[in-house]
Design a protein around this ligand. Structure first.
Ligand code: FE2
Ligand code: FE2
Length: 399
């Protein structure tokens, strides 16, 4: 019998883990893959780590209807720190005829010889890993040769990428993700259990200014829009940390992200009237595009209703859907955060996130090209601000 051995914290288990386990089962003709949540002694517990029993239960729910996968409580039952060598030993004793295939992440594969009793691990199992990023495959193949000299047999696969992590899921739950959103990342039964039990649901923010601004939108936005706004706040904070160059305070970016859609759920007529509160609209195409009004409206609303006076802050809200030429750093941050926030799942979102990771300029180019092509494909007009931003982004040479 060929058995895959796949350990991890699984806090919580998600589609990335499940797809990986199924892919190995298929590609290596395994009879089954054992998913083994690690036991983590209480003194090592990180924030938001569920107990062993709770993580086991989530794994069982996630694997229902997947006969190739089996959840094993062996590390949690054994207690103490979980060492792979002990797990393999136990499995070898219980099933002496089984061939064991140890599935490890690429980062683990690169440090395998440093694991406790690595020689024993190599003797008892065949190691499997997979490249999850471009360029990683050659690095893993190189490591594979080194490990062969140490007596290990291994398989390195090129694997499909499922871009979600347990950390992101915990964060999303903390920001108010609903069942539908969680079901993008995990089976429904598991998602339901997380929400019913209130796992990971703690309020991630306690900053006074943040809570005050949250109060401004809590009752005016729909639950989904509120979740989206909190995700944009999160993404804006991260972008400011990365690209703010000390010129944009991450906390300020977070608040602008949080408030960017403050008028989105108002009736269109009210949005229009708030927009016109700021003076006549110079581009007639804006007047013809109700989906663009909420940004302009939001800036006037924040100034009038909540006394926000910071022009850069207001412009970040005002131009978050259209963009414009000569955007400030904060404007770009909010504009991009709205595209790449955790809740987004349009077809190009991964490429968009990748472009933003590369540089702010690449992010702007990708998002503006995406916007302009969506508009032109749909036979819709392109307003002046967007057009000028697009031309400016593509007028300078590629960095
Ligand atoms: Fe918006
Ligand atoms: Fe938005």
């Amino acid at each position: 019998m060929r058995i895959g051995v796949y350990g991890g914290t699984f806090n919580p288990i998600h589609q990335g883990h499940l797809q990986l386990a199924l892919e190995y089962a298929r590609r290596l003709s395994l009879d089954k893959v054992l998913l083994i949540p690690a036991n983590i002694p209480p003194h090592k517990r990180a924030v938001q780590l569920l107990s062993g029993e709770e993580r086991l239960e989530l794994c069982r729910l996630a694997c229902e209807g997947l006969p190739e996968l089996e959840v094993s409580p062996m590390e949690i039952s054994r207690g103490g720190s979980s060492y792979t060598v002990d797990t393999l030993r136990q499995l070898s004793q219980e099933q002496p005829d089984a061939q064991l295939y140890l599935i490890v992440g690429s980062d683990m594969f690169l440090t395998l010889e440093k694991w406790r009793e690595s020689g024993e691990i190599f003797r008892m199992s065949h190691i499997c890993t997979g490249a999850r990023e471009n360029g990683e495959l050659s690095l893993l193949k190189e490591k594979q040769q080194q490990l062969t000299l140490l007596g290990a047999t291994s398989t390195v696969l090129d694997l499909p990428v499922f871009d979600i992590s347990s950390t992101q899921i915990r964060r999303a739950v903390g920001l108010g993700a609903d069942l539908k959103t969680l079901c993008r990342w995990m089976p429904q039964r598991e998602a339901q259990q997380i929400l019913t039990k209130g796992y990971y649901a703690q309020e991630p923010e306690s900053d006074e200014r943040y809570l005050k601004c949250l109060g401004w939108i809590k009752d005016t936005l729909s639950p989904y829009r509120l979740f989206h706004s909190r995700c944009v706040a999160d993404a804006a904070y991260d972008l400011a940390l990365r690209y703010g160059e000390g010129a944009v305070e991450p906390e300020k970016a977070r608040l602008a992200g949080l408030l960017h859609d403050i008028c989105k759920d108002l009736p269109k007529e009210q949005q229009k009237s708030w927009m016109e509160h700021g003076g006549p609209v110079s581009d007639p195409l804006i007047l013809l595009s109700p989906s663009l009004w909420h940004g302009f409206a939001g800036a006037e609303y924040l100034r009038e209703r909540h006394g926000v006076e910071d022009e850069d802050f207001l412009n970040a809200v005002r131009y978050h859907t259209t963009a414009r030429k000569d955007m400030s750093l904060l404007e770009k941050i909010v504009y991009l955060a709205d595209y790449i926030s955790l809740d987004r799942d349009y077809p190009d979102v991964e490429q968009m996130r990748e472009a933003c990771r590369e540089s702010m300029e690449q992010g702007m180019r990708y998002s503006l090209r995406y916007t302009v092509s969506m508009l032109s494909d749909g036979g819709r007009p392109i307003n002046r601000d967007t057009w000028e931003a697009y031309n400016q982004a593509f007028a300078c040479p590629t960095p």
